[in-house]
Design a protein around this ligand. Sequence first.
Ligand code: BDR
Ligand code: CA
Length: 312
Amino acid sequence: MAPRPIIIDTDPGQDDAIAILLALASPELDVLGITAVAGNVPLALTEQNARKVCELAGRAETNVFAGCARPMLRPLVTAENVHGRTGLDGPDLPAPTMPLRDRHAVDWLVETLMAAPDGEITLCPIGPLTNIATAIVREPRILPKIREIVLMGGGFFEGGNTTPTAEFNIYVDPHAAHVVIDSGVKLTMMPLDVTHRALMRHDWIERIDRLGTPVGKAAAAMMSFYERFDMEKYGEAGGPLHDPCVIAYLLRPELFQGKDCNVVVETGSELTMGMTVVDWWDVTDRPANCRVMNRIDADGFFGLILERLGRL
Ligand code: BDR
Ligand code: CA
């Protein structure tokens, strides 16, 4: 079967980096490009980090584009407290030498989607949704070209990780999230309800380290760095490996369970800004617009990551 064409929209971020490595290691997927966005750290760092990760994977030919430097309406909020000053603290990766493509990510997204047949390309946003929403606003005719959007963001039963009610990616650009979730495109959401069940146990990090390869060593160093923050927050079981859930879902959907629901993003109240209001029990007349996942086979997930990272 021909590999599935995907675009990863990202703000690396250690867990973004593992997601990118997982995608690049997987022959079932054809990574058409990686579009960087401001999020965990400012854009100048996220685009560099994306290139560092491609070079680590031995895939310097990957198309990497820089996109939006700030959210649509609100000031940028970053997460150096989680990801470190560079966004990719942990391993000592060299400065990238592969080029950043000389196009704005939104221009490239629009042109690539417009040139594709209908229902062809899967979008995998694992950062704030600014680039994707801007592309939709700029050229709504891209919508039928999108096969599916599988995103990491939101949280419902689990609450928020940035405010009591909001998850980071949605909180940073709730207006962009509204545009994407309201777009009518087939949508699957990996919220904290799933990713907080994808905890990176210490023995898993050790097994990745024991791969003994540059990728294994770097991935283990990233996870160990990122873990130190999450262990304080979430306890002994280890921190959540959020973004790789998106790529794992494309590879092994049977690892996940969820339900079609209506989701609305809160953009009106400062108290609950960026909350993903999920009609899990179908108590409104609002039609389902999103498949909301809430369960993961964590052992299967980590087994997949270990096996794929071992290929790089
Ligand atoms: C999300 O926020 C970022 O810090 C992670 O990379 C992930 O995409 C989790 O809330
Ligand atoms: Ca991310």
